[in-house]
Design a protein around this ligand. Sequence first.
Ligand code: F6R
Length: 236
Amino acid sequence: MQIFICKNDKEIGDKVSSEILKLVEKKPAAVLGLATGSSPLGTYTALVIKAKQQGVSFHQVTTFNLDEYLDCSDPKQTYHVFMAEHVFNALDFDAKKLNFPSLENLSSYDEMIAKAGGVDLQLLGIGVNGHVGFNEPGTPNDSLTHIITLSATTRRSNSRFFKDNLDLVPKQAVSEGLATIANSKHIIMIADDLTKQTAIHHLLYGHGDPNVPATALLHHPNFDLYLTKELYEAAK
Ligand code: F6R
């Protein structure tokens, strides 16, 4: 794991978006693994601005999102809508190349990724409890795309997107598994919020621990962790 300590989330967004652009310029038909939530927002904002300025096309790029809620009470909070609003509608993506896990493709999602050539660059956030994708504590390292019941910690944390009303937060999701994520050629994880302090501490000093799912990635040969200085100082 390589650690990049940045001044703030703006610097993270700037650096990570440059990594994505560098890949797409070198390999126009790259396969991107994408995350939603607060952590990658700065990266997506910078990516859209710079791709437009530099005239980089995403038309040949294939994307696989990590996860999607099941039975989402508020259609505006689905990850399909998040991605459309923050990334897909702003650039020249080909709608036919944008993939999300669902009840329909659950058992073939990993095969779809393999058929596309595997994920070149996987963006990740990390949950307060150390989840990646929606792989909650206890998820086996060899898991593939599956249905997951969201933990109480995750539902409480995500209630901020549902008017702080826990009853409105979905109870289940479809998520890539830990093995799906670990199969990516390059992983970039972003963490910029102090609520992630304990989870990041485990990544900095921990060993593989099924109670902290992100530690399943510790042995990945190409795993970059982008942290704000404030979070790094709090977590170390
Ligand atoms: C989202 C995802 C989740 C989030 C995590 C952190 O697609 O897979 O693992 O990355 O819950 O969420 P934020 O960034 O909102 O703190």
